[in-house]
Every structure is written in C-alpha cells, then in structure tokens.
Write a protein that binds this ligand. Structure first.
Ligand code: ADP
Length: 441
C-alpha cells in the first residue's frame, strides 16, 4: 500500500510538472512571437518614416544596413517583385519576391506578415512587409527559436526539476503514508479494546464491523474450546464408570449377587455414552451452514399425535399423564427435525415433572401463526436460569438430568431447529408451578 501511494503521488507530481511546463512554454512562446512581430513592425515603420527608400537619389550600391550580429534582415522589393536591395544576400541571387505571402499582402493591403521555417533547423523566420509611397515594398525579417527548440532548450532544466520533485515527493509520500497508516495500524492493535476510538470518523463503520467480527471470532473460538472441554468431561464420566465396573468384573472381584447390578451399570453408562454422541453429532450436523435441509408440508398436529403416542409409555413409567389437543396445522419444515423438536420438548416435560403430574401438547393458531405448545405442571425453572437452559450442557439440576437420561443438549438442538425454521420460541416457567414452551412457526 505504501509503495502504491508513493508511486501515485510521484506520478501526479510528474504529470503536474509536465502539464505546467507545456502550458507555460506555449503561453511564453505566444508572448515571445507577439513581441517579435511588434518589434519588426516598429523597425519597418521607422525605416519607412525615414523616407530614405523613396528619395529619387538613392544609390542601391551605397545602401548598407548590415548590423554586427545580422539580427535584422532588410529587403527592398520593387513593384514587379525584383529585389532591389537585401542586407544579407546579394540581390542577383534572390529570385522574384512577388510570390512571398507577406510581400503579396503588402502590395495588396499595405502591410503583410508571415512566419516561415528558417533554413537553419529549429528556427523560424518572422517577416513584416510594408508598402512604401513610391509603390515599392520594404520588408524586415528576423530569426527566432521555434516552439520545439525553446522546449528542447529548457528540457534539461525540466528533467532536473522533475528529479528534484520526485525526490521530494518520495520523502513527503513516505511521511504521509506513515502518518496516514499509523492510526489504522493502531486501530488494528487495539481491536480488543471496545473504548478505543478510531482516529478517522470515516473509518467508524469499518472499525465497528471489524471489531464485531473480531469479537464474534473470539467468542466462537471460546465456545468451541468450552464445548470441547465439556464434551470430553461428559464422555469421561460414563467411560470411567464402564472401565471401573469392567475391571472389577474381569478381576473376579464382584460377588455373584452384585454382578447383575454391575452389568446394569455398564449397560446404562454405555447407553448414556451413545445418547451423548448422538446428540453431539446431531448438533454439529445442524450447525453445518452449507447443509440445506429438505423442507416439505407437514401437519404438526399429526406429528404431535405420533410423538405423544411414542412417549406415552415413558410417561406412564414416571407416573405422568400425557394428552394432546388442537387442530390440524400444516407448516413447511423438515420432518426429522420437527419430530426431534416435539420429542425433546415433550420428553423434558415428562422428565422434569413430579409423580402424578400432567403434560399437555397442543397445536393451535395464534396471531395468524401455527403454534405448538408443550405445557407441564412439573418442577419449573427459576427465572435466573431461564436464559441459560438453551446453552449446550447447561442443566438446572445436573443429577436429575443424568438420572433421567438427559444429555444437556436437547434444548440446544431445539434452538437450532427453531432458527432453521425461522420460528420463535417462548418460555414461561415458574418453580413449583410448571413450564410452558411455545413455538410459533
Ligand atoms: P437435558 O438433556 O438435561 O434435559 P436440555 O437441553 O433438554 O437438557 O434441557 C436443559 C435443562 O433445562 C435441563 O437439564 C433442565 O434443568 C431444564 N429443563 C428443560 N425443560 C424443562 C422443563 N419442562 N421443566 C423444568 N426444567 C426443564
């Protein structure tokens, strides 16, 4: 970026110098030409005013208008175009001058002007001709540098100035880029500091976005780390139990009547491991952003009916009554996921209930939306915990959850499914009164 700014700045400087030099040379040359013309016309008029060339006694051989440096050429032309006198070349060598534009113009209009390329390279000759009262024409001429040669003559100086300016530009742009980029670098260094104000107001939205993204990345990394630690911990407990029981059995250190209990524990813990692994796999599946679930028209009521039917044995074992009610409501969703959602919520309502408690699942329409409500009169959730129960592995009563086969991931899965269906979940719960969870599709 720094070298880019350097190159651009130097480029702009060079362009500016070239444009200025061209502009100034053209303006200067215009003025220079005008000056030459005025000078020539003054000389011609002065010579005319002397009336020297009109006097009858003028002896051509005796005229001598040569100057030391030959800067002014004077030519006297007769009415028929023959050159009567020229202070530069001998008259015999000069051809008839009637065809010269300035002479022609002088004969016709009294004065004539023209500029022609000189024999010598890089020079222009300026002519000014004036008609004298006796019908002859007097012409004065001078050589001057052409525009190109003026340009060429200043070129070394221009090149020197360009080099000098490039050097200055490099230094300035170097300082400028440091000054410009320093605050941005500082901003990047202080990305973690929420109080750090970006030095450029224009960068506020950018820095804000960067900071949010940075925070998101950090918190995602932290969540991943926490999750890994939690998973390891959760898997370790049943595995340690299985390993311990198996070791005792292997060493024949268990009395026969106790063996059955040990086998049962091994079985229970393996089931727990399986349930945990299933839920972890399910969560990671749901989190895969590129995975698009298949959506179809599903009758929620019919699905509730099936789930309640499947879970009624479980409810009966725990002495909890279960019922369902409502009307047929068709929603667009993924069959497997919706089944999982209903099962998880209903399972929880059974699990965290008291003996003789009740669970009711209903499907209705509320505010023009299909609504699934799972209601229980169980142990309820304290207000302080209600925000956290959708977090992975968060349980209000850990031992109860484990004892009843909970993994601590059910509501995290539910939350994902709700999000994937653009639905909204509401929780209403009070300890000792019960819990109502509503999902609006
Ligand atoms: P778990 O597998 O432990 O049930 P969940 O993610 O499904 O995990 O639920 C998280 C926690 O929320 C549970 O451990 C429990 O403490 C609480 N919870 C969930 N549903 C209910 C309910 N209907 N009544 C009381 N507490 C509940």
């Amino acid at each position: 970026m720094k070298s880019k700014i350097n190159i651009r700045l130097v480029g702009i400087a060079i362009l500016a110098i070239i444009a200025t030099v061209i502009g100034i040379t053209i303006i200067y040359y215009g003025l220079f030409q005008k000056r030459i013309r005025v000078d020539l016309s003054v000389s011609a008029k002065l010579l005319k005013d002397t009336n020297y060339f009109e006097s009858a006694s003028v002896d051509i051989q005796k005229i001598d208008l040569t100057t030391d440096i030959d800067e002014l050429r004077v030519t006297w032309i007769d009415a028929d175009g023959t050159v009567l006198y020229d202070n530069d070349a001998t008259t015999e060598l000069l051809s008839n001058h009637l065809d010269r534009p300035e002479i022609k113009a002088a004969f016709e209009e009294g004065i004539g002007e023209s500029v022609r390329k000189s024999d010598t390279m890089n020079k222009n000759t300026f002519y000014y001709a004036i008609l004298l009262d006796n019908g002859t024409v007097l012409r004065v001429a001078t050589d001057a540098q052409s525009l190109w040669s003026v340009f060429v003559s200043v070129a070394p100086i221009i090149a020197l100035i360009i080099l000098l300016i490039i050097a200055i530009c490099v230094i300035i742009s170097h300082m400028l880029t440091i000054q410009l980029l320093k605050p941005i670098e500082m901003m990047a260094e202080n990305l973690d500091d929420a109080d750090y104000e970006s030095p450029y107001k224009e960068l506020d939205p950018f820095s804000e976005k960067l900071r949010t993204q940075h925070m998101d990345i950090l918190s995602a990394a932290k969540a991943r780390q926490d999750f890994t630690a939690n998973v390891s911990h959760e898997l370790k407990t049943p595995l340690t139990a299985i390993s311990g029981y198996a070791e005792l059995l292997e060493g024949d250190m268990v009395a026969n009547e106790k063996k059955k209990h040990f086998y049962h524990e091994i079985h229970k813990n393996s089931e727990r491991l399986l349930a945990l692994i299933n839920d972890i796999l399910r969560l990671s599946e749901l989190e895969q952003k590129n995975h698009e679930p298949v959506f179809e028209e599903i009758d929620l009521y019919q699905m509730v009916e099936e789930c309640v039917d499947e879970l009624s044995v479980n409810a009966k074992q725990r002495g909890v009554g279960i019922s369902f009610e409502g009307t047929s409501k068709v929603v667009r969703g993924n069959k497997e996921m919706l089944k999982e959602l209903i099962e998880n919520l209903t399972q929880n309502a059974i699990r965290y209930n008291n003996e003789g408690g009740k669970v009711s699942v209903s499907v209705n329409e509320r505010d023009g939306r299909a609504c699934l409500v799972v209601k229980d009169n169980g142990i309820g959730i304290p207000a302080s915990e209600q925000q956290r129960i959708f977090e992975r592995f968060y349980r209000v009563d850990k031992s109860r959850s484990k004892e009843t086969g909970g993994t601590g991931l059910g509501l995290a899965i539910v939350k994902h499914i709700v999000e994937l269906h653009d639905a909204r979940i509401e929780l209403d719960s009070a300890p000792g009164v019960g819990t109502t969870i509503s999902v609006y599709f």
